[in-house]
Design a protein around this ligand. Structure first.
Ligand code: S3P
Length: 452
């Protein structure tokens, strides 16, 4: 059995031979946030199953409780008593969003349409992240804000009703799109969000909000307008919509699955089944890219649950996953589709014949850490040859060596480099490994179960 040595803040990881077994991963973080928030805004009681165990989603539940919502939790099952979209109470203290960008940006949209003032705060990392992207559209809907340099703490002075707008998204961001649509639920008339252009008729960012709002009965429509060289998607929500409580089942998180998909692909002889993984097309970029490079990933038992695609993934390490023919540049539209998987994709790049170049990914600089510099710094510590660009990085095929890794307090950096350690030579230490709990508290336990 593979051994981890756990100290409070520090994890030592050694090379592995292969991964094997069958695992059920925790619920999807993005979908769990939405399930909690939308069921709180619905009429009636909701039972949410397979709710994410992540610290981020616990922050969302805490904020909702602070807004007067009755919530009961029994492990991964959460019961929410909806208050209706206008039934929140003025919070008795600041709303602490912890490390969670999704919590703060979606809540900003919801709180903008309430008739009280509230203050959103977060941890050190979240307090550095840009909020102008939500302040701007919400201000044009009539809400008022106080925030030094458009960062947290953010005081939201709600307005009832808000004014409907048509908003052209400057970035392909699901958080901003969701924020405006949620504000639109409390606006007079119809609010539209116009997404950046895409080559095909497909959402340019994850569309869990649209799917779940529709599932809960909101009057929300989408249409694609042809522009000659592509399509522009416009999503419209009617401010007169109400949400009706319906039980929800959360698929397992494909972003958590990504670490094991890469590890199993790179460790020859691996055979792993991941059950009930969310397979929403707007999150499938990671599988598309891994398969393009020859990864042996099969989708089994595909079905639809609460408007979301879900299925089992069978991944095998076949030892031949790097055909030289595949283009080694990942850029453009697919970036938003795999934005959270880029740290682990960069690790994968060290195993590819022609390496991997990732561009148009400047958004990574304003995530939980500056993920471009965090990945480059740690890859260099492991002896990899890597170039840094303002909007991405290029990693060359490299044999990794065990090293001391800094998680920079970022969950996805800690987990990505834990996977790198499995095929590096010698011992790797992950400093600040406990931050994995932000999205995946069981990560090291699950890895311990399947690693050989
Ligand atoms: C998320 C959207 C993405 C993603 C984040 C979760 C969401 O952020 O990186 O981890 O749940 O809507 P952006 O919308 O800022 O791109």
């Amino acid at each position: 059995m593979h051994k981890f040595l756990i100290k409070i803040n520090l994890m030592k990881i050694y090379p592995a031979k292969y991964l094997s077994g069958e695992i059920n991963l925790p619920g999807d973080k993005s979908i769990s946030h939405r399930a909690a928030l939308f069921s709180a805004m619905a009429q009636g009681e909701t039972r949410i199953e397979n709710f994410a165990s992540s610290a981020d989603c616990a922050s969302t539940l805490d904020c909702l409780k602070n807004l007067g919502v009755e919530i009961r939790r029994d492990n991964s099952t959460v019961f929410v008593k909806g208050t209706g979209k206008n039934g929140f109470q003025k919070p008795s203290r600041e709303l602490d969003c912890g490390n969670s960008g999704t919590t703060v940006r979606l809540l900003a949209g919801i709180l903008s349409g309430q008739s009280f003032e509230s203050v959103l705060i977060g941890d050190e990392s979240l307090s550095k992240r840009p909020m102008r992207r939500v302040i701007e559209p919400l201000t044009s809907m009539g809400a008022e804000f106080e925030a030094a340099d458009s960062r947290l703490p953010l005081t939201v002075k709600g307005k009832k009703p808000l004014q409907a707008i048509s908003y052209e998204l400057p970035v392909a961001s699901a958080q901003v799109k969701s924020c405006v649509l949620l504000a639109g639920l409390n606006a007079e008339g119809k609010t539209s969000v116009v997404n950046p252009k895409s080559k095909d008729r497909q959402p340019t960012s994850r569309n869990h909000t649209e799917l779940m709002l529709k599932y809960l009965g909101a009057n929300i429509e989408e249409k694609y307008v042809e522009t000659g060289d592509g399509f522009v998607q416009e999503i419209t929500i009617d401010g007169g919509s109400t949400l009706t409580a319906k039980d929800l089942l959360i698929p397992s998180d494909i972003s958590s699955a990504a670490f094991f998909l890469v590890a199993a692909t790179c460790l020859n002889g691996s055979e792993l089944i991941l059950r009930n993984v969310g397979l929403n097309p707007s999150r499938m970029g990671i599988i598309e890219v891994l398969k393009k490079f020859g990864a042996d990933i099969e989708i089994l038992n595909e079905r639809e649950v609460c408007n979301e695609n879900i299925g089992d993934l069978l991944v095998k390490g076949n030892g031949d996953f790097a055909p030289e023919a595949a283009s080694n540049i990942i850029s453009g539209e697919i970036i938003a589709n795999l934005i959270d998987e880029i740290p682990i994709l960069a690790i994968f790049g060290t195993r590819l014949e022609n390496g991997l170049e990732i561009r148009n990914a400047a958004e990574l600089r304003v995530k939980e850490s500056d993920r471009i510099s965090a990945v480059v710094e740690n890859l260099r510590r492991m002896g990899a040859n890597v170039e840094e660009f303002e909007d991405g990085l290029k990693v060359y095929r490299s044999n990794l060596k065990g090293a001391e890794i800094d998680s920079f307090g970022d969950h996805r950096i800690a987990m990505a480099f834990s996977v790198a350690a499995l095929f590096a030579e010698g011992e790797t230490t992950i400093n600040g490994a406990e931050c994995a709990a932000v999205s995946f508290p069981e990560f090291y336990d699950v890895l311990g179960e399947i690693v050989n």
